[in-house]
Design a protein around this ligand. Structure first.
Ligand SMILES: Nc1ncnc2c1ncn2[C@@H]1O[C@H](COP(=O)(O)OP(=O)(O)OP(=O)(O)O)[C@@H](O)[C@H]1O
Ligand SMILES: [Mg+2]
Length: 571
């Protein structure tokens, strides 16, 4: 329960620069009187609603509450306790201030002033302006009775009193969360699509690389096989040539012997030729001469014939030997010709063999290059592995995104389910339906204690049905002002009873502004007074009235206001 203790104010409305302080929990009933314009409503209604909610009770703009005569700093301080905690709220204009003290310690003011106000309404008072005015104030001007509120405001007041507006706040938060999560899911969907596209492109790239690599490897391997075959082929050809050359060289193994024989034969033939010429000279000498030219001795016939015969035999011998030698030399020369032909053949074959070796060396070089190409193609397999790694990363990211999306989807499902529960027709309607009979019971009790005999029913949409004698199904507006006032009061008291039972918006203050003055007849006044004294055990009731002379002896305390020199003051 909130116990309001004091409110003090200065330069507020018609009040001047000296603090006016009102005790709010001293007397059970207080009558407030004073002439029109003496400052009663400013003091009891506007000061409290401005102090707590930052807006005056009357319908004026906030700056208009500053005293227009001195325009000095306008300040309202209101003290209350809740449980064991003591609170002080200070609010002012010129300059603007708003401070909340809990047990003399200023609450953290980092928050924006609207959040600071939320702290006061949601965490401390647990009621907003609308609910406060419905359970604390009953007045003539500026007061909108519950029955004249629209359906949404009626719901908000009742939810506040039943302390179930937390469900509405939760639902607002929940809706925000659902929207936020759906937005996240949309973002995730677009990231998932992007990731899928990336994977498709990456796979295409890998396929191209793989195809190219396979082709390159095959080409390079084919080349290696081809070159190896060429080398084997060349080796075979070279060894055939080698063995041919060997065979041919064996065939001319006699070359040196033949050459030497030709030389010997020629030398011999030259010698025999020379001997033959000497022999022909001797024959010619013996034929032509009869004396010896050197010793002039007579050459006998016998000698001559003997010599000539000897010479003839020798000549025959020599000529036979020369013929033999010539024949042999011819044979040798013919053999040399053969040998030369074979040598040329060998030369040719050696040439071919050399060419083949050169081409084998070149082929070997090509083979090394082709082998390197296989390595290069193998290197592109490494490249493929890197790209496969990148793809694996992308697939992992995709599955992470998808599982995140699933989590958010689940959350949204739960939240939507909770949202259903928290809707007006969900859990709240169960609670409201539970309390409605109690609310109706209280309203009817208060009505009957004011001798107003009607059956009042508030349905779950907070529409009223009022059955009274001879009139079926009346609505609020059908009733007279005095009757409406009784209904308003019955509702206000019913709210206070429910609030007390729920310990929700339960407070000690009850302020009635000119309720006794306008539409109540004398019977009504008595009934109302009776009712107030019966419910006022833990409340502090303040009644503002001009009928002080009729009421004064019914109250424990009297406060009078007057206006002097344009400023209001409390007497
Ligand atoms: N900003 C202001 N500065 C000074 N006076 C103001 C200001 N705003 C209103 N007033 C005057 O303050 C006076 C007090 O008004 P208030 O409504 O409190 O009187 P009241 O005692 O409730 O009168 P009533 O009995 O007619 O309801 C009025 O005369 C009003 O004209
Ligand atoms: Mg007034």
């Amino acid at each position: 329960m909130i116990k309001f203790k004091t409110v003090r104010f200065k330069n507020f409305g018609s009040f001047g620069n000296i603090f006016t302080e009102l005790q709010l929990n001293k007397n059970a009933t207080t009558l407030i009187c004073g002439n029109n314009g003496s400052g009663k409503s400013f003091a009891f209604l506007d000061s409290i609603t401005f102090g707590l909610f930052g807006k005056p009770f009357r319908k004026i703009n906030i700056p208009q509450i500053v005293n227009s005569i001195n325009n000095k700093q306008c300040l309202v301080e209101i003290e209350f306790s809740k449980g064991t905690d003591e609170y002080l709220v200070r609010r002012g204009l010129n300059p603007k201030i708003f401070e909340i003290f809990k047990n003399t310690i200023l609450l953290n003011q980092d928050a924006k002033s609207i959040d600071y106000q939320d702290i006061l309404e949601d965490q401390i008072l647990k009621m907003n302006y609308k609910t406060f005015t419905q359970v604390v104030i009953l007045g003539s001007s500026s007061f909108v009775p519950f029955m004249q509120l629209n359906a949404a405001d009626r719901r908000s007041v009742i939810e506040n009193i039943l302390d179930i507006n937390i469900f509405t706040s939760m639902n607002v938060l929940l809706k925000g969360r659902i929207l936020q999560f759906k937005e996240t899911i949309r973002e995730l969907n677009s990231r998932i699509e992007t990731e899928k596209q990336k994977i498709i492109i990456q796979q295409g790239f890998i396929d191209t690389l793989q195809k190219k690599s396979t082709e390159d490897i095959k080409l390079a391997k084919d080349k290696v096989t081809q070159l190896n075959l060429e080398i084997v082929q060349l080796d075979t050809e070279i060894s055939v040539l080698e063995s041919d050359i060997n065979l041919l060289e064996i065939k001319i193994i006699d070359k040196a012997a033949i050459t030497s024989s030709i030389q010997n034969h020629n030398t011999l033939k030259t010698k025999i030729d020379s001997k033959l010429r000497t022999l022909v000279k001797d024959v010619t000498f013996f034929t032509n001469n009869v004396t010896c030219p050197s010793c002039s001795q007579q050459i006998s016939q016998e000698l001559k014939e003997k010599e000539l015969q000897k010479s003839s035999i020798k000549q025959e011998e020599y000529e036979g030997a020369i013929a033999d030698l010539t024949l042999n030399i011819e044979k040798f020369n013919s053999r040399i010709e053969d040998i030369n032909n074979i040598l040329k053949d060998i030369q040719d074959k050696k040439m071919v063999s050399l060419q083949k070796r050169t081409s084998k060396e070149n082929t070997k070089k090509y083979l090394i290059e082709a082998t390197k190409e296989i390595e290069k193609a193998n290197y592109s397999t490494e490249q493929i592995n890197i790209e496969l790694g990148k793809k694996y990363q992308q697939v992992t990211t995709l599955s992470e995104l998808e599982s995140q999306k699933e989590e958010y989807r689940d959350e949204v499902l739960y939240f939507e389910y909770a949202n259903e529960l928290l809707k007006d027709n969900g859990v709240k309607s169960k609670i409201i339906n539970y309390y409605l009979p109690h609310i109706n019971k209280y309203i009817n009790q208060f009505l009957s204690s004011m001798d107003f005999f009607a059956q009042f029913t508030l349905d779950e949409d907070f529409n009223e049905k009022i059955k009274s004698r001879h009139r079926d199904e009346f609505s609020y507006t059908n009733f007279s002002e005095g009757e409406k006032l009784r209904i308003d009061l019955a509702l206000l008291l019913a709210w206070r009873e429910i609030a007390r039972a729920k310990n929700s918006v339960n407070c000690n203050l009850l302020i009635l502004d000119e309720v006794f003055d306008s539409s109540l007849d004398s019977v009504g006044m008595d009934e109302l007074m009776k009712l107030l004294t019966s419910v006022g055990d833990k409340s502090n009731i303040f009644v503002i009235s001009h009928k002080s002379d009729q009421l004064v002896d019914k109250f424990q305390n009297l406060i009078t206001f007057e206006k002097k020199n344009n400023f209001s003051r409390m007497l």
